[in-house]
Design a protein around this ligand. Structure first.
Ligand SMILES: NC(=O)N[C@H]1NC(=O)NC1=O
Ligand SMILES: [Zn+2]
Ligand SMILES: [Zn+2]
Length: 450
Protein backbone atom coordinates (compact mmCIF):
# COMPACT_ATOMS: atom_id res chain seq x y z
CA UNK A 1 0.00 0.00 0.00
CA UNK A 2 1.37 3.43 -0.84
CA UNK A 3 1.91 5.86 1.97
CA UNK A 4 -0.71 8.58 2.19
CA UNK A 5 0.58 11.84 3.56
CA UNK A 6 -1.35 15.01 4.16
CA UNK A 7 1.24 17.22 2.49
CA UNK A 8 4.46 16.72 0.58
CA UNK A 9 6.63 19.78 0.03
CA UNK A 10 8.80 18.93 -2.96
CA UNK A 11 12.14 20.22 -4.24
CA UNK A 12 12.71 22.93 -1.67
CA UNK A 13 16.06 23.75 -0.07
CA UNK A 14 15.48 23.00 3.60
CA UNK A 15 17.11 25.13 6.29
CA UNK A 16 17.72 22.46 8.95
CA UNK A 17 19.65 22.89 12.21
CA UNK A 18 22.59 20.89 10.84
CA UNK A 19 22.70 22.61 7.48
CA UNK A 20 20.96 23.48 4.28
CA UNK A 21 19.90 20.61 2.02
CA UNK A 22 17.75 20.01 -1.01
CA UNK A 23 15.06 17.54 0.07
CA UNK A 24 11.37 16.74 0.17
CA UNK A 25 9.47 16.89 3.44
CA UNK A 26 6.20 15.15 4.28
CA UNK A 27 3.61 16.12 6.89
CA UNK A 28 0.99 13.87 8.43
CA UNK A 29 -1.39 14.87 11.24
CA UNK A 30 0.32 18.28 11.45
CA UNK A 31 3.80 16.81 12.06
CA UNK A 32 6.89 16.21 9.95
CA UNK A 33 7.04 12.46 9.32
CA UNK A 34 9.66 12.12 6.60
CA UNK A 35 12.56 14.11 5.20
CA UNK A 36 14.32 12.56 2.21
CA UNK A 37 15.92 13.46 -1.08
CA UNK A 38 12.86 12.14 -2.84
CA UNK A 39 9.69 11.05 -1.05
CA UNK A 40 7.51 8.54 -2.87
CA UNK A 41 3.85 8.04 -2.09
CA UNK A 42 0.66 10.05 -2.30
CA UNK A 43 -0.49 13.11 -0.47
CA UNK A 44 -3.68 15.09 -0.29
CA UNK A 45 -1.65 18.14 -1.24
CA UNK A 46 1.64 18.43 -3.12
CA UNK A 47 3.41 21.77 -2.80
CA UNK A 48 6.09 22.55 -5.35
CA UNK A 49 8.82 24.48 -3.55
CA UNK A 50 11.24 24.54 -6.46
CA UNK A 51 13.51 27.58 -6.21
CA UNK A 52 12.51 28.30 -2.61
CA UNK A 53 14.41 28.01 0.63
CA UNK A 54 12.26 26.45 3.32
CA UNK A 55 12.78 27.97 6.76
CA UNK A 56 11.06 26.82 9.92
CA UNK A 57 8.14 29.24 10.31
CA UNK A 58 9.21 31.99 12.69
CA UNK A 59 8.13 32.47 16.30
CA UNK A 60 8.10 36.13 17.28
CA UNK A 61 8.90 36.20 20.99
CA UNK A 62 7.80 39.80 21.55
CA UNK A 63 4.72 41.51 20.09
CA UNK A 64 2.03 43.87 21.38
CA UNK A 65 -1.21 43.07 19.54
CA UNK A 66 -3.27 45.17 21.97
CA UNK A 67 -6.29 42.87 21.92
CA UNK A 68 -8.59 43.10 23.84
CA UNK A 69 -8.95 46.73 24.79
CA UNK A 70 -6.85 48.76 22.37
CA UNK A 71 -8.10 47.29 19.14
CA UNK A 72 -7.95 50.70 17.51
CA UNK A 73 -4.14 50.22 17.61
CA UNK A 74 -3.93 46.59 16.44
CA UNK A 75 -5.93 43.39 16.80
CA UNK A 76 -5.07 39.72 17.01
CA UNK A 77 -6.63 39.32 13.54
CA UNK A 78 -4.49 42.00 11.88
CA UNK A 79 -1.35 41.32 13.89
CA UNK A 80 -1.37 37.56 13.33
CA UNK A 81 -2.09 38.08 9.61
CA UNK A 82 0.88 40.43 9.30
CA UNK A 83 3.05 37.92 11.09
CA UNK A 84 1.99 35.13 8.70
CA UNK A 85 2.77 37.40 5.72
CA UNK A 86 6.31 37.66 7.08
CA UNK A 87 6.78 33.91 7.48
CA UNK A 88 5.50 33.69 11.05
CA UNK A 89 3.67 30.74 12.57
CA UNK A 90 3.61 31.82 16.24
CA UNK A 91 3.99 34.77 18.58
CA UNK A 92 4.22 35.52 22.27
CA UNK A 93 1.99 38.47 23.10
CA UNK A 94 3.01 40.99 25.76
CA UNK A 95 0.89 41.66 28.87
CA UNK A 96 0.53 45.30 27.75
CA UNK A 97 -0.75 47.33 25.77
CA UNK A 98 -3.93 45.29 25.72
CA UNK A 99 -6.52 46.40 28.26
CA UNK A 100 -6.91 45.02 30.82
CA UNK A 101 -3.22 44.16 31.11
CA UNK A 102 -2.42 40.47 31.61
CA UNK A 103 -1.85 40.64 35.37
CA UNK A 104 -4.12 37.84 36.62
CA UNK A 105 -5.94 34.69 35.47
CA UNK A 106 -9.17 36.51 34.70
CA UNK A 107 -7.49 38.91 32.28
CA UNK A 108 -5.39 36.11 30.82
CA UNK A 109 -8.58 34.20 30.02
CA UNK A 110 -10.15 37.25 28.39
CA UNK A 111 -7.21 37.46 25.99
CA UNK A 112 -7.16 33.71 25.42
CA UNK A 113 -10.80 33.84 24.34
CA UNK A 114 -10.01 36.45 21.68
CA UNK A 115 -7.01 34.51 20.38
CA UNK A 116 -8.95 31.23 20.23
CA UNK A 117 -11.46 32.95 18.00
CA UNK A 118 -9.22 35.22 15.91
CA UNK A 119 -5.60 34.12 15.79
CA UNK A 120 -4.39 32.96 12.40
CA UNK A 121 -1.19 31.53 13.92
CA UNK A 122 -0.20 29.84 17.18
CA UNK A 123 0.22 31.99 20.29
CA UNK A 124 1.69 32.09 23.75
CA UNK A 125 1.13 34.81 26.33
CA UNK A 126 3.42 36.73 28.62
CA UNK A 127 2.14 37.51 32.10
CA UNK A 128 3.04 40.86 33.63
CA UNK A 129 5.02 41.40 36.82
CA UNK A 130 4.25 44.67 38.64
CA UNK A 131 4.13 45.72 42.32
CA UNK A 132 0.35 45.10 42.18
CA UNK A 133 0.32 41.44 41.20
CA UNK A 134 3.05 39.67 43.17
CA UNK A 135 0.31 37.39 44.53
CA UNK A 136 -0.94 36.46 41.04
CA UNK A 137 2.19 34.90 39.57
CA UNK A 138 1.21 31.34 40.50
CA UNK A 139 -2.25 31.62 38.94
CA UNK A 140 -0.76 33.06 35.76
CA UNK A 141 1.74 30.19 35.66
CA UNK A 142 -1.16 27.78 35.93
CA UNK A 143 -2.84 29.49 32.99
CA UNK A 144 0.23 28.62 30.93
CA UNK A 145 2.10 31.92 30.48
CA UNK A 146 5.46 31.43 28.75
CA UNK A 147 7.16 33.88 31.11
CA UNK A 148 6.75 37.25 32.81
CA UNK A 149 7.51 40.74 31.55
CA UNK A 150 8.42 43.76 33.66
CA UNK A 151 9.56 47.33 33.09
CA UNK A 152 12.36 48.92 35.10
CA UNK A 153 11.22 52.33 33.87
CA UNK A 154 7.83 53.87 33.12
CA UNK A 155 5.99 51.53 30.72
CA UNK A 156 3.95 54.25 29.03
CA UNK A 157 0.74 52.53 30.21
CA UNK A 158 -0.72 53.71 33.54
CA UNK A 159 -2.19 50.32 34.50
CA UNK A 160 1.19 48.63 34.06
CA UNK A 161 3.36 49.92 36.87
CA UNK A 162 7.12 49.76 36.77
CA UNK A 163 8.93 47.08 38.77
CA UNK A 164 10.79 48.60 41.74
CA UNK A 165 13.79 46.74 43.18
CA UNK A 166 11.73 45.15 45.96
CA UNK A 167 9.25 43.76 43.44
CA UNK A 168 12.16 42.57 41.30
CA UNK A 169 13.71 40.66 44.20
CA UNK A 170 10.50 39.06 45.47
CA UNK A 171 9.22 38.44 41.95
CA UNK A 172 12.43 36.74 40.87
CA UNK A 173 12.41 34.52 43.95
CA UNK A 174 8.90 33.40 43.07
CA UNK A 175 9.68 32.86 39.37
CA UNK A 176 12.78 30.84 40.22
CA UNK A 177 10.47 28.46 42.09
CA UNK A 178 7.94 28.41 39.24
CA UNK A 179 10.71 27.75 36.69
CA UNK A 180 9.54 30.56 34.41
CA UNK A 181 11.73 33.32 32.96
CA UNK A 182 11.48 37.04 33.64
CA UNK A 183 12.01 39.40 30.72
CA UNK A 184 12.91 42.93 31.72
CA UNK A 185 12.74 46.16 29.76
CA UNK A 186 15.99 47.55 31.12
CA UNK A 187 16.31 51.33 31.34
CA UNK A 188 17.21 53.02 34.62
CA UNK A 189 14.05 54.64 35.98
CA UNK A 190 15.46 57.66 37.85
CA UNK A 191 17.83 58.72 35.06
CA UNK A 192 15.30 58.41 32.22
CA UNK A 193 12.58 60.05 34.33
CA UNK A 194 14.67 63.03 35.44
CA UNK A 195 16.44 63.64 32.13
CA UNK A 196 13.03 63.54 30.43
CA UNK A 197 11.42 65.99 32.83
CA UNK A 198 14.39 68.39 32.61
CA UNK A 199 14.21 68.24 28.80
CA UNK A 200 10.45 68.89 28.87
CA UNK A 201 10.75 71.82 31.25
CA UNK A 202 13.36 73.37 28.92
CA UNK A 203 11.19 72.71 25.85
CA UNK A 204 13.83 70.41 24.42
CA UNK A 205 11.70 67.90 22.53
CA UNK A 206 13.58 67.06 19.32
CA UNK A 207 14.74 63.62 18.30
CA UNK A 208 18.27 64.40 19.56
CA UNK A 209 16.84 65.60 22.88
CA UNK A 210 15.03 62.27 23.15
CA UNK A 211 18.26 60.33 22.58
CA UNK A 212 20.01 62.50 25.18
CA UNK A 213 17.29 61.72 27.72
CA UNK A 214 17.84 57.95 27.35
CA UNK A 215 21.63 57.51 27.02
CA UNK A 216 23.29 54.06 26.80
CA UNK A 217 24.25 54.09 30.50
CA UNK A 218 20.57 53.78 31.44
CA UNK A 219 20.45 50.36 29.77
CA UNK A 220 23.94 49.29 30.86
CA UNK A 221 23.30 50.14 34.52
CA UNK A 222 19.95 48.41 34.62
CA UNK A 223 21.14 45.26 32.84
CA UNK A 224 23.86 44.87 35.42
CA UNK A 225 21.38 45.41 38.29
CA UNK A 226 19.00 42.78 36.89
CA UNK A 227 21.86 40.33 36.39
CA UNK A 228 22.82 40.75 40.07
CA UNK A 229 19.27 39.99 41.15
CA UNK A 230 19.02 36.98 38.82
CA UNK A 231 22.35 35.64 40.01
CA UNK A 232 21.25 35.88 43.63
CA UNK A 233 17.76 34.42 43.17
CA UNK A 234 18.44 31.83 40.47
CA UNK A 235 15.68 33.29 38.31
CA UNK A 236 16.04 32.81 34.58
CA UNK A 237 16.46 36.32 33.10
CA UNK A 238 15.95 37.56 29.56
CA UNK A 239 17.01 41.09 28.68
CA UNK A 240 14.36 42.58 26.38
CA UNK A 241 15.30 44.35 23.14
CA UNK A 242 18.94 44.89 24.04
CA UNK A 243 20.26 47.96 22.23
CA UNK A 244 23.91 48.43 23.27
CA UNK A 245 26.98 46.29 22.65
CA UNK A 246 28.18 47.04 26.18
CA UNK A 247 25.07 45.56 27.76
CA UNK A 248 25.43 42.46 25.58
CA UNK A 249 28.96 42.12 26.91
CA UNK A 250 27.58 42.13 30.48
CA UNK A 251 25.16 39.36 29.56
CA UNK A 252 27.93 37.28 27.99
CA UNK A 253 30.19 37.72 31.04
CA UNK A 254 27.38 36.71 33.38
CA UNK A 255 26.58 33.64 31.29
CA UNK A 256 30.20 32.59 31.40
CA UNK A 257 30.08 32.51 35.20
CA UNK A 258 26.91 30.45 35.11
CA UNK A 259 24.11 33.00 35.45
CA UNK A 260 20.93 31.93 33.60
CA UNK A 261 20.60 35.07 31.48
CA UNK A 262 20.29 35.73 27.77
CA UNK A 263 19.23 38.56 25.53
CA UNK A 264 16.80 39.34 22.78
CA UNK A 265 17.35 42.08 20.25
CA UNK A 266 15.04 43.64 17.68
CA UNK A 267 15.51 44.07 13.94
CA UNK A 268 15.55 47.84 14.14
CA UNK A 269 18.56 47.99 16.45
CA UNK A 270 20.51 46.03 13.84
CA UNK A 271 19.24 47.88 10.79
CA UNK A 272 18.45 51.50 11.62
CA UNK A 273 20.74 54.12 13.17
CA UNK A 274 20.18 57.34 15.09
CA UNK A 275 20.67 59.26 11.83
CA UNK A 276 17.93 57.19 10.17
CA UNK A 277 15.56 57.97 13.04
CA UNK A 278 16.33 61.67 12.70
CA UNK A 279 15.46 61.50 9.00
CA UNK A 280 12.34 59.31 9.43
CA UNK A 281 10.81 61.01 12.44
CA UNK A 282 8.40 59.61 14.99
CA UNK A 283 7.56 56.46 12.99
CA UNK A 284 10.97 55.19 14.18
CA UNK A 285 10.63 56.26 17.81
CA UNK A 286 11.07 53.44 20.30
CA UNK A 287 12.61 52.87 23.68
CA UNK A 288 15.38 52.19 24.30
CA UNK A 289 16.24 54.48 21.39
CA UNK A 290 18.07 53.34 18.28
CA UNK A 291 21.81 54.04 18.75
CA UNK A 292 24.71 55.10 16.53
CA UNK A 293 26.56 53.24 13.77
CA UNK A 294 29.57 52.46 15.93
CA UNK A 295 27.40 50.63 18.47
CA UNK A 296 25.49 48.86 15.70
CA UNK A 297 28.69 47.52 14.13
CA UNK A 298 29.67 46.05 17.50
CA UNK A 299 26.19 44.54 17.92
CA UNK A 300 26.51 42.73 14.59
CA UNK A 301 29.84 41.28 15.69
CA UNK A 302 28.16 40.00 18.83
CA UNK A 303 25.26 38.54 16.89
CA UNK A 304 27.74 36.70 14.64
CA UNK A 305 29.47 35.41 17.79
CA UNK A 306 26.28 33.89 19.10
CA UNK A 307 25.92 36.37 21.96
CA UNK A 308 22.33 37.27 21.05
CA UNK A 309 19.86 34.43 21.59
CA UNK A 310 16.89 35.56 19.53
CA UNK A 311 15.61 38.38 17.34
CA UNK A 312 12.02 39.58 17.72
CA UNK A 313 9.98 42.45 16.30
CA UNK A 314 8.77 44.29 19.44
CA UNK A 315 5.81 45.10 17.22
CA UNK A 316 4.33 48.00 19.20
CA UNK A 317 1.86 49.92 17.04
CA UNK A 318 -0.48 52.72 18.01
CA UNK A 319 -3.13 54.95 16.50
CA UNK A 320 -1.09 57.10 14.04
CA UNK A 321 -2.53 60.23 15.67
CA UNK A 322 -0.38 59.42 18.70
CA UNK A 323 2.75 59.76 16.53
CA UNK A 324 1.77 63.25 15.46
CA UNK A 325 3.64 65.81 17.56
CA UNK A 326 6.96 66.67 19.16
CA UNK A 327 9.38 63.73 19.14
CA UNK A 328 9.96 63.56 22.89
CA UNK A 329 6.23 63.56 23.62
CA UNK A 330 4.75 61.08 21.14
CA UNK A 331 4.18 57.32 21.59
CA UNK A 332 7.28 55.15 21.46
CA UNK A 333 6.85 51.93 19.53
CA UNK A 334 7.56 50.59 16.05
CA UNK A 335 5.42 48.35 13.84
CA UNK A 336 7.61 45.56 12.53
CA UNK A 337 6.19 42.04 12.87
CA UNK A 338 5.71 41.59 9.11
CA UNK A 339 9.29 42.42 8.18
CA UNK A 340 11.66 40.70 10.64
CA UNK A 341 12.51 37.72 8.44
CA UNK A 342 12.88 39.66 5.14
CA UNK A 343 14.94 42.27 7.01
CA UNK A 344 17.28 39.61 8.40
CA UNK A 345 17.56 37.92 5.00
CA UNK A 346 18.55 41.28 3.51
CA UNK A 347 20.84 42.62 6.21
CA UNK A 348 22.17 39.48 7.88
CA UNK A 349 22.20 36.83 5.15
CA UNK A 350 22.98 38.87 2.02
CA UNK A 351 24.90 41.81 3.46
CA UNK A 352 26.79 40.12 6.29
CA UNK A 353 26.92 36.46 5.27
CA UNK A 354 25.17 35.19 8.40
CA UNK A 355 24.42 31.50 7.76
CA UNK A 356 20.81 30.63 6.93
CA UNK A 357 20.80 28.06 9.76
CA UNK A 358 21.68 30.85 12.18
CA UNK A 359 18.81 33.00 10.93
CA UNK A 360 16.50 30.02 11.51
CA UNK A 361 17.84 29.64 15.05
CA UNK A 362 17.52 33.36 15.88
CA UNK A 363 13.93 33.58 14.62
CA UNK A 364 12.57 30.16 15.54
CA UNK A 365 14.53 27.37 17.16
CA UNK A 366 16.15 29.35 19.97
CA UNK A 367 12.88 31.07 20.87
CA UNK A 368 11.04 27.77 21.21
CA UNK A 369 13.88 26.20 23.18
CA UNK A 370 14.27 29.08 25.63
CA UNK A 371 10.55 28.94 26.44
CA UNK A 372 10.28 25.13 26.44
CA UNK A 373 7.73 24.97 23.65
CA UNK A 374 7.81 21.38 22.49
CA UNK A 375 7.62 20.25 18.88
CA UNK A 376 8.11 23.66 17.30
CA UNK A 377 11.06 25.60 15.93
CA UNK A 378 12.91 23.38 13.51
CA UNK A 379 12.56 21.26 10.44
CA UNK A 380 13.11 17.83 11.94
CA UNK A 381 11.21 14.57 12.30
CA UNK A 382 8.39 14.74 14.82
CA UNK A 383 8.30 18.55 14.78
CA UNK A 384 5.24 20.46 13.60
CA UNK A 385 4.97 21.14 9.87
CA UNK A 386 5.65 24.87 10.17
CA UNK A 387 7.38 26.39 7.16
CA UNK A 388 8.21 29.75 5.63
CA UNK A 389 8.97 29.44 1.92
CA UNK A 390 11.38 32.10 0.81
CA UNK A 391 12.57 33.21 -2.60
CA UNK A 392 15.97 34.28 -1.32
CA UNK A 393 17.00 36.51 -4.20
CA UNK A 394 13.65 38.02 -5.07
CA UNK A 395 13.71 41.71 -4.25
CA UNK A 396 10.77 43.90 -3.29
CA UNK A 397 10.19 47.45 -2.21
CA UNK A 398 7.94 47.56 0.83
CA UNK A 399 4.65 49.26 0.00
CA UNK A 400 2.31 50.48 2.72
CA UNK A 401 -0.59 48.71 0.96
CA UNK A 402 1.06 45.34 1.43
CA UNK A 403 1.13 45.68 5.24
CA UNK A 404 -1.55 43.71 7.07
CA UNK A 405 -1.30 45.92 10.17
CA UNK A 406 -4.38 47.81 11.30
CA UNK A 407 -2.46 50.96 10.41
CA UNK A 408 -0.28 50.61 7.34
CA UNK A 409 2.71 52.30 8.88
CA UNK A 410 6.32 51.16 9.13
CA UNK A 411 9.74 52.80 9.12
CA UNK A 412 10.66 50.39 6.33
CA UNK A 413 8.05 51.55 3.79
CA UNK A 414 9.93 52.39 0.57
CA UNK A 415 12.96 50.26 1.50
CA UNK A 416 14.31 47.57 -0.79
CA UNK A 417 14.43 44.04 0.65
CA UNK A 418 16.11 40.99 -0.84
CA UNK A 419 14.34 37.80 0.24
CA UNK A 420 10.58 37.41 -0.27
CA UNK A 421 8.25 35.17 1.74
CA UNK A 422 6.13 33.38 -0.86
CA UNK A 423 4.16 31.01 1.36
CA UNK A 424 3.66 30.29 5.06
CA UNK A 425 2.51 26.90 6.32
CA UNK A 426 1.25 26.27 9.86
CA UNK A 427 1.08 22.61 10.95
CA UNK A 428 0.66 21.55 7.34
CA UNK A 429 -1.97 24.16 6.43
CA UNK A 430 -1.08 26.98 4.05
CA UNK A 431 -2.10 30.21 5.74
CA UNK A 432 -0.40 32.77 3.46
CA UNK A 433 0.43 32.53 -0.21
CA UNK A 434 1.52 35.01 -2.89
CA UNK A 435 0.60 38.09 -0.93
CA UNK A 436 -2.73 36.82 0.44
CA UNK A 437 -4.04 35.28 3.65
CA UNK A 438 -5.64 32.01 2.55
CA UNK A 439 -6.87 30.42 5.78
CA UNK A 440 -9.36 30.91 8.56
CA UNK A 441 -7.91 31.52 12.03
CA UNK A 442 -6.45 28.17 13.14
CA UNK A 443 -4.04 29.32 15.85
CA UNK A 444 -3.60 27.23 18.96
CA UNK A 445 -2.43 28.10 22.46
CA UNK A 446 1.21 27.25 23.23
CA UNK A 447 2.16 26.45 26.81
CA UNK A 448 5.63 25.76 28.12
CA UNK A 449 6.45 22.16 28.88
CA UNK A 450 7.90 22.39 32.40
N1 LIG B 1 4.43 49.86 26.06
C1 LIG B 1 5.18 49.52 24.98
O1 LIG B 1 4.73 48.90 24.04
N2 LIG B 1 6.47 49.89 25.01
C2 LIG B 1 7.35 49.52 23.96
N3 LIG B 1 7.51 50.51 22.98
C3 LIG B 1 8.81 50.79 22.85
O2 LIG B 1 9.29 51.58 22.03
N4 LIG B 1 9.53 50.13 23.73
C4 LIG B 1 8.72 49.39 24.48
O3 LIG B 1 9.03 48.72 25.42
ZN1 LIG C 1 10.13 47.17 26.24
ZN1 LIG D 1 7.71 45.52 23.78
Amino acid sequence: MSKGFDVILRNGILVCPDGVKKADVAVCDEKIVEIAEEISGDAKEIIDATGNYVFPGTTDGHVHFNDPGRTDWETITTGSSALAAGGGVAYFDMPLNCSPCTLDAKNFNAKLAVAQKDSLVDYGFWGGLTPQNLDKLEELAECGVIGFKAFSCNSGIDEFERMDDFTALVGMEKLAKLGLPLMVHCENNEITRDLTSIALSNNKTTVRDYFAARPPITEIENVSRMISLAEETGCKLIIAHISTAKAIELVTQARSRGVDVCCETIGHYLILTDDDVERMGTVAKCSPPIRNTENQTKMWAKLLNGEITFVSSDHSPCDPKLKDGEFLKVWGGISACQTTLPALLTHACHNRKVALEDIAKLTSQNVNEIFNIQGKGKIALGYEGDFALVDLNKEFILQAESLFYKHQVSPYVGDRFRGTVTQTILRGTTIFKDGKIVSKPIGRHLRPNL
